[in-house]
Design a protein around this ligand. Structure first.
Ligand SMILES: [Zn+2]
Length: 203
């Protein structure tokens, strides 16, 4: 939280106290007052427990809106959240963080589809996907595409960045970048730029 300032000046302690009061008010009523997050940033990342988002991006509490889901995939609710924060909360930058050894690469589509069909007793058509939109269900669409398992995390990262950049709900002046967090090295890289390969092969 903001408001951690230098010690009070002798004779002006009331100014120090007043500044603390103002800072607390700004923090508590950010949305009411239209104050954006400190870095005007939205981060979309996988829910995986091994990604230290704050350390990797050099951010801390108050700096960013953060959306995490299985795979760090651009789903309808990512679009919904990105549309709100970029159009109404002054967010100017979006960063997508995917990662190596993602669970979304750990099984073929068929296995996951079979598991979910089993979970709902095979009655996929009656499964609601959004409590406020009961009419929204899989229908004739592909359950596998809704799940979005992944073969190549670098390709997936690039595709999601492209989709966000071109989405009509995201203003054109919002920047969108994507990175792959390597759980094996603890570092971010740009998609398809594998430093480990560059230093271990002739070319
Ligand atoms: Zn993951």
């Amino acid at each position: 939280m903001s408001g951690e300032t230098s010690p009070p000046t002798p004779g002006l302690v009331h100014e120090w106290v007043d500044q603390g009061i103002e800072d607390r008010d700004d923090w508590a009523r950010r949305r009411q007052k239209g104050i954006p997050n400190d870095e005007q940033l939205l981060v979309i990342a996988c829910m995986d427990e091994r990604i230290p988002l704050e350390d990797a991006l050099g951010i801390e509490l108050g700096d960013a809106h953060v959306f995490r889901n299985a795979g760090g995939k651009v789903t309808d609710d990512v679009i919904r959240s990105a549309a709100l924060t970029t159009n109404f909360f002054d967010t100017e930058e979006i960063i997508v963080v995917n990662h190596t050894d993602c669970g979304m690469m750990s099984a073929p589509d068929e296995t996951v589809v079979e598991g979910l069909e089993h979970a709902c007793g095979g009655d996929i058509d009656r499964v609601e996907l959004d409590p406020s939109l009961p009419a929204l269900n899989i229908g004739d669409a592909s359950l596998a595409e809704w799940i979005r398992m992944t073969d190549d995390i670098d390709d997936a990262c690039e595709r999601q960045v492209a989709f966000l950049k071109n989405h009509p709900f995201i203003p054109d002046d919002v920047t969108v970048h994507g990175y792959v967090y390597e759980v094996e090295s603890g570092a971010l890289r740009r998609p398809h730029e594998r430093l480990s390969e560059a230093v271990n092969t002739r070319e």
